[in-house]
Ligand binder design. Structure first.
Ligand code: A5P
Length: 236
């Protein structure tokens, strides 16, 4: 049975609230992108007003920047704060080792850069995002590519066994253009038993700017349900 959308929204919010409990006064935060992060931004804004919490965020997308502005959260940059204390971000799929697929909102490259710069990465998601293996339920891997390289990348990922689809816009004809001026190719690789190996191979293809595979990056995942939150930690 399909879950009701209000149950899913409650689950996302519950996960976000748990993550924001980790935010301390003086923190520099990476602010991820997506609908689950929107709840985290609301809670950070609420705490700024209620507790006079002093924090700044490095946004991972224009959406994250706008969420920060809307919620009264001061923004900063990696130039000013190269090592954020904590990044809170969403995910599209999470495997048993806390490897992730991200980028269904098109924001994967800046998300990965900010996550890699941060001391800690906390992922927030609803329960439907958990999988035994990445790639389950036909979840494809978003890949950001230079427009000039799109046909080469299509050919190369097909040789690796993937089925590529150039992401088309909604509210715009033609391909989606990312915050960095690139295209997104969504590639269905089937079940991904070794995400680290796939990531390594993809990174050898000229024109791939970044992939939505986040391997060994998440420290903690809060998996929300309508009535509780499960905490998962990466084995190190
Ligand atoms: C943005 O490109 C993504 O990486 C998001 O973090 C991911 O798609 C999760 O988004 P939702 O929280 O909206 O599901």
């Amino acid at each position: 049975m399909k879950p009701k959308s209000e149950e899913v929204e409650k689950a996302k919010r519950n996960a976000a609230l748990e993550a924001v409990k980790h935010v301390k006064d003086g923190f520099i935060l990476g602010l991820g992108s997506g609908s689950t992060v929107a709840y985290a931004a609301e809670e950070i804004g609420r705490r700024i007003r209620a507790e006079n919490l002093q924090v700044k965020v490095v946004p991972t997308s224009y959406q994250a920047f706008m969420l920060a502005v809307k919620n009264g959260i001061p923004t900063t940059t990696l130039e000013e704060h190269p090592t954020p204390d904590l990044t809170i971000d969403g995910a599209d799929q999470i495997d048993e080792n806390l490897n992730l697929i991200k980028g269904m909102g098109g924001a994967l490259t800046r998300e990965k850069i900010v996550a890699a710069a941060s001391k800690t990465l906390i992922i927030i998601a609803d329960w439907r995002k958990k999988a035994k293996f990445l790639g389950e339920n036909s979840q494809s891997v978003p890949i950001e590519v230079l427009p000039f390289a799109a046909s080469l990348v299509n050919r190369k990922v097909t040789m690796l066994g993937g089925k590529p689809t150039l992401r088309e816009g909604a509210g715009k004809v033609g391909p989606v253009v990312t915050d960095n001026g690139n295209f997104i190719i969504d590639v269905d690789f089937g079940l991904i038993e070794n995400p680290a190996e796939l990531e390594k191979m993809l990174k050898t293809i000229p024109g791939i700017v970044e992939t939505g595979l986040f391997v060994n990056m998440a420290d903690t995942v809060y998996l929300g349900r309508p009535d509780k939150v499960e905490k998962l930690e990466r084995k190190k």
